[in-house]
Every structure is written in structure tokens, then in C-alpha cells.
Design a binder for this molecule. Structure first.
Ligand code: 6PG
Length: 246
């Protein structure tokens, strides 16, 4: 377990959203001051929506120079951008429409395209934006993640080939339990982030959370355990007590 884990226990999603917004603005401004750009991979699912809406309101949105911010996604469903399941659509409506971020700074995963093609294009776009050098792994300033009750993060689901990918930055993966194909960042990219913020709510996830943090290291079973071997800081925003994590 890295000593760069910080657990922030909140009363509810509202408090989590508020504290993540404050942290996001501070981290973004600090990063922009140091390096002139802030590259963040956004999370999908339901939990982060309240945070996105808070970041978009006039209390916070004017505290950032959005021209220095680049949005990516940790994963996307293989659906068109206007589909109700699209992570992009959720983020567009809750955040992007309300801030002055340049269109070219929004690096959408093209879920409407054939999945392998969309994954390859997204990887190319990431490489172009980061220019890490041929073999290097891009270093996101921040990756936002949720966690499923099965311990999945992004679209790295237990037992899928995606969790074992250690060369590509992005893969397409058919998720049996969902009966759907997803496109996702891979382990190497997530592990290389300077900062990871988890937003996790619900007692149903607290049991999995403790196995993730303290159980035997089995990322193929609990993909969120990847966070135990990252190089960066990991902030866990929770609405339950973490218990003894070793
Ligand atoms: C997605 C997310 C996924 C999500 C978890 C938790 O595309 O759905 O990337 O990894 O973060 O499934 O989802 P909730 O926040 O809805 O519980």
C-alpha cells in the first residue's frame, strides 16, 4: 500500500462533491501555475455528476483558466455521444456546456465508431496531446475514478483482458456481465497518473473497498487494487469509514 493514500470520509455525496470540487480547483491552478497545462481524465457513471454540476456553477467555474485545461475520459460506453448512456453526454450537460473550455481541449472517445478504431484513435489523440515520446506512458495530472461494487474502475472489469493489457494506453473490451462493449484507459496509464481521485459512495461498496485496500493483491479480481501500485497521490473520497487499511 503506498503511503500516498489519503482517505476523506464525508457525510454524503453532497459533501464529497463539494470537497472534490475544492480539491480539483486547487490542484488545477497549482498544476497550471507550474506547467501551464492541466490534463485530467474524467470519470463516468452516476457518482461524479453532482461534482461536475458544482464545478460548473458560478461559485467555482470562474476560478479556473479553462483554456489551460484538457479533458479526457477514463472510459466510454460504445454508444453515440447523444445516447443516454454516454459518459460524454453526462459530462457535456453537467459541466462542459457551462464553462469556457476550448473545443479542441475536449478529447472525446468516439463511442459511435467501431470500438477498435475508436480505441486506436483515442490512444493517438492522447499521445499527440501529451507527446510523451514513442514508448513512454503519458502522465495525467489527474485521473478521476469511481468504483463498482465488483471492484472495477473505468471499464477495467474483473476477469477481462483489458485489466491485463500492459502495453496499449487504450483498449476496447466486451464486458460479458453488461452485454456491452466499452473503451477504457489501461493499467499503465492509470498507474502513471500524478494524482488519482476516487469518488465512492454506498455501503455496498464499502466491503469491496476494504478488500481492495487490504486484501491479497489480485487486480484481476479487484481492478481497483491498481491504485495500490500507483506512483502518484491517491485521494479516496468516501461516504463510509474505510476501516483498518493496511
Ligand atoms: C462508467 C464508469 C465506471 C463507474 C463505476 C461506478 O463508465 O460507468 O467509468 O467505472 O465509475 O461503475 O459507477 P457509479 O458512480 O454509477 O456507481
Amino acid at each position: 500500500m503506498t503511503d500516498r493514500n489519503e482517505f476523506i470520509v464525508c457525510a454524503d455525496l453532497e459533501e464529497i462533491s463539494w470537497k472534490v470540487t475544492v480539491k480539483f480547483v486547487a490542484l488545477a491552478n497549482d498544476t497550471i501555475k507550474k506547467r501551464g497545462v492541466f490534463r485530467v481524465a474524467l470519470a463516468g457513471g452516476r457518482t461524479p455528476e453532482a461534482f461536475y454540476k458544482l464545478l460548473a456553477n458560478n461559485e467555482f467555474r470562474d476560478r479556473l483558466d479553462w483554456t489551460a485545461v484538457h479533458f479526457f475520459w477514463g472510459d466510454e460506453r460504445c454508444v453515440p455521444p447523444e445516447h443516454e448512456d454516454s459518459n460524454y453526454k453526462m459530462t457535456l450537460n453537467s459541466l462542459i456546456k457551462h464553462i469556457r473550455i476550448p473545443e479542441e481541449n475536449v478529447h472525446r472517445i468516439k463511442g459511435e465508431e467501431a470500438s477498435e478504431k475508436a480505441a486506436a484513435e483515442y490512444e493517438e489523440e492522447i499521445r499527440h496531446c501529451f507527446e510523451p515520446g514513442e514508448e513512454a506512458i503519458p502522465e495525467f495530472d489527474l485521473i478521476l475514478l469511481g468504483m463498482g461494487a465488483d471492484g472495477h474502475i473505468a471499464s477495467l472489469f474483473p476477469g477481462t483482458h483489458a485489466i491485463r493489457e500492459d502495453k496499449k494506453l487504450v483498449v476496447a473490451v466486451y464486458v460479458e456481465k453488461l452485454g456491452a462493449t466499452r473503451i477504457t484507459l489501461t493499467q499503465p496509464v492509470i498507474k502513471n497518473a500524478r494524482n488519482i481521485i476516487f469518488l465512492i459512495t454506498g455501503e455496498d461498496k464499502s466491503v469491496t473497498f476494504r478488500k481492495v485496500l487490504s486484501g491479497e493483491y489480485m487486480p484481476n479480481t479487484f481492478p481497483a487494487q491498481i491504485a495500490r501500485s500507483t506512483k502518484g497521490n491517491v485521494l479516496w473520497f468516501l461516504d463510509f469509514f474505510p476501516g483498518l487499511v493496511g
